[in-house]
Ligand binder design. Structure first.
Ligand code: SAM
Length: 245
């Protein structure tokens, strides 16, 4: 799967830069070979390579596909800043599991304090990981990679979601393990859900209180405390099971 860098018409798409390089130098494809291209609107098509150059590949669309691999709900995963390698893993796995938006924010107990001046470069790397994971998972939507300056910017957007969950160790320690069944049961197709996860150091009491005051449901994943990067994957697996299986 490749994502069109330019689309000239409904029949002609162009791939540039890294994607063109991958087709020509890594996959060693030639004119006449077929790839699957996704246009800006998420529509996929069998596309036959016409002109092939390591900087630029032009394809003729042969057949538009109607396969829909997207989840029926729109999931936003927001996580307090993790060490970069762990967050990269979260971006990759959340993309495989069907998240639509993946967001990070500086949390009170984040072990890493990221230099915001380098944010654009770092976020671009996360976007590349999401793009590659979306391709491998045959998704039609590449998750948006966003950064929020604080948890407050997420809670301010609360009204734009149908469901707000804070997946917290506080909830696990209170033995609140059955909240998830109720929370899952209330999720229906086409709804928007915001999931907030803590960093390696967990949520501060201030953050937890701010979220519950803003209407977030505290959710436990059971009495075992999971690694911060495991929690989003576990939660997404349950949502996928609830929505699709
Ligand atoms: N110290 C470990 C680490 O370095 O990854 C575990 C950190 S755990 C406190 C980090 C986050 O994972 C929590 O803020 C929460 O979002 C989520 N989490 C882990 N286990 C959980 C559980 N049993 N129930 C709910 N959330 C959990």
């Amino acid at each position: 799967y490749f994502v069109a860098d330019e689309q000239w018409s409904t029949e002609t798409v162009m791939l540039k830069g890294e994607q063109a390089h991958h087709i020509v130098r890594v996959m060693r494809m030639s004119p006449g070979d077929v790839i699957i291209c996704i246009d800006e609107g998420g529509q996929a098509a069998y596309s036959r390579l016409a002109h092939v150059h390591p900087d630029e590949v032009t394809c003729q669309v042969e057949e538009w596909l109607d396969a829909d691999t997207e989840l029926a709900i729109n999931i936003t995963v927001a996580q307090g800043d993790l060490k970069a390698d762990k967050y990269e893993w979260v971006v990759q796995k959340a993309t495989e599991m069907g998240a639509v938006t993946i967001t990070n924010f500086p949390a009170d107990h984040s072990v890493v304090k990221w230099d915001e001046r380098k944010s654009a470069k770092r976020q671009a790397r996360f976007a590349k990981i999401a793009r590659e994971a979306a391709g491998q998972s045959e998704r039609l939507h590449i998750p948006a990679i966003e950064r929020k300056e604080s948890l407050a910017s997420l809670t301010e957007e609360a009204s734009t979601y149908n469901h707000l969950w804070i997946i917290s160790e506080q909830s696990a320690r209170e033995g609140n393990h059955y909240a998830l069944a109720d929370a899952l049961g209330s999720v229906k197709a086409a709804e928007n859900i915001l999931l907030i996860f803590g960093p390696e150091g967990g949520f501060s009491e201030r953050e937890h209180l701010a979220c519950t005051r803003a209407g977030f449901v505290p959710v436990s994943l059971g009495p075992r405390i999971l690694r911060a990067e495991t929690a989003p994957v576990a939660t997404l697996a349950m949502l996928v099971y609830h929505v699709e299986l």
